[in-house]
Design a binder for this molecule. Structure first.
Ligand code: NAI
Ligand code: NA
Length: 398
């Protein structure tokens, strides 16, 4: 079928198999261009491996240090006449490119929050790898069914004590407007968001992997967090999602205790704001990202997900020494985003930004382009008028 983008709000309903493969190929090429990561991971489990930071982690491990990877994700396969999700195609392309390079790569498509998928992952590690030396936890989800209570928790993106009003952008239309977001109505909103995006499931994974004896001596585990500028604090870091990130970060010492007898260690890495399927759903953030991209590109310090994660592995996690941590015990690869000169310029542009000057003062064009790249569109070397086979298998998934 001929597959073109079909956009509804902040999501794109279609994905392109050749375009997503091109996107994966470019990320692989970037990691290779940076050279081998000495003493990098060798056997890796990535939870949330199909898009965004998790996919970048899988690519960096595989092509940066020849790691065998098992990827866990929740994606929809293609059916005749209906394209699969971007993460499905990404994973198909990743497995194909990894296998061609002689690297082991297998995937599990299912609910990572469930006990069953954890058991499947353990069985696959036992069967093929014995143990893993790195576990990347990179889930972003709007909901989680709790495996012990059966309760279905839905996360919300809300401020906590008072309404928040600020600018936001419809990045497709290029229109800036004011948005007011009402605060949580009860503690339940906070608790539910923590249940979905906090650290409990990461802990369940590590507990179960450890109990099954599939974690290698010296194992590392890393999860991803965000802080960002003060202007997004009410909706992000001081909002419901920020409470979940506090909980995720507070899980680090718990996991360090759990991993101590394996000489293992856990980290949270605070990453840069980037265009992903998850971040495009957060109000206010896309406008901030378009201004940030403009400033960082002008300064020559822009990074995408793959540049961020390659740097995390090469310059933080696998240098041979313990990584520098901030006063809250976190790795920071948002250091360039948070540089004072960058933030001062973004803040100035934020005040000025209107629908009329948006194209000129922001990188809204770059935002849009990257958004379409997430779904395999807007690559100049892909023919979007051509008939393409929408049914693509992820080789390891039967
Ligand atoms: P994403 O939406 O690109 O990736 C989410 C991944 O989770 C996908 O692989 C998806 O298949 C998987 N997933 C979702 N629900 C699942 C389930 N029930 N079972 C199995 N897999 C499931 O998101 P992104 O942006 O890469 O986020 C990953 C982490 O990075 C999150 O913790 C996020 O908060 C964090 N982060 C994101 C930033 C951003 O600007 N995008 C900045 C800093 C941190
Ligand atoms: Na991810």
């Amino acid at each position: 079928m001929i597959i073109q983008p079909r956009v509804r709000g902040f999501i794109c309903l279609t994905s392109h198999p050749e375009g997503t493969a091109e996107h994966v190929k470019q990320q692989v090429a970037y990691v290779k261009s940076k050279g081998k990561i000495e003493n990098g991971p060798k056997k890796v489990l990535v939870i949330g491996a199909s898009t965004g930071f998790g996919l970048a982690s899988r690519i960096t491990a595989a092509f940066g240090s020849d790691a065998a990877t098992i990827g866990v994700f929740f994606e929809k396969p293609a059916a005749p006449g209906k394209p699969g999700t971007a993460g499905w195609y990404n994973s198909a392309a990743f497995e194909q490119q990894a296998t061609e390079a002689g690297l082991y790569a297998k995937s599990i498509n299912g609910d990572a929050f469930s006990d069953e998928v954890k058991k499947q992952a353990i069985a696959l590690i036992k069967q093929d790898l014995g143990q893993v030396d790195l576990v990347v936890y990179s889930l972003a989800s709007p909901r989680r069914t709790h495996p012990k209570t059966g309760v279905a928790h839905a996360s919300v993106l809300k401020p906590i004590s008072q309404p928040f009003t600020n600018k936001t952008v419809d990045f497709h239309a290029g229109v800036i407007s004011d948005i007011s977001i009402q605060p949580v109505e009860s503690e339940d909103d906070i608790d539910n968001t923590i249940a979905v995006m906090g650290g409990e499931d990461w802990k369940f994974w590590i507990e179960e992997l450890k109990a099954a004896n599939v974690l290698a001596d010296g194992v590392k585990t890393v999860a991803y967090s965000y802080i960002g500028p003060e202007l997004t604090y009410p909706i992000y870091r001081n909002g419901t999602i920020g409470k979940a990130k506090d909980d995720l970060e507070a899980t680090v010492p718990v996991l360090n205790d759990l991993l101590a007898d394996l000489n293992g260690v856990s980290y949270v890495s605070v990453n840069k704001a980037l265009v992903t399927q998850s971040s495009s759903a957060i109000p206010v953030v896309p406008l901030y990202i378009s201004l940030l991209y403009k400033v960082m590109k002008e300064k020559g310090i822009h990074e995408g997900t793959i540049e961020q994660i390659q740097r995390l592995f090469a310059e933080r996690l696998y240098t041979g020494a313990a990584p520098a941590l901030d006063d809250k015990g976190r790795i920071r690869v948002d250091d360039l985003e948070m540089r004072e000169d960058v933030q001062a310029e973004v803040a100035k542009l934020w005040e000025k930004a209107t629908t009329e000057n948006l194209e000129e003062i922001s990188d809204i064009a770059g935002y849009r382009d990257e958004f379409f790249h997430l779904f395999g569109f807007n690559f100049s070397n892909v023919d979007y008028e051509a008939d393409t086979n929408e049914v693509v298998e992820v080789p390891s998934i039967k």
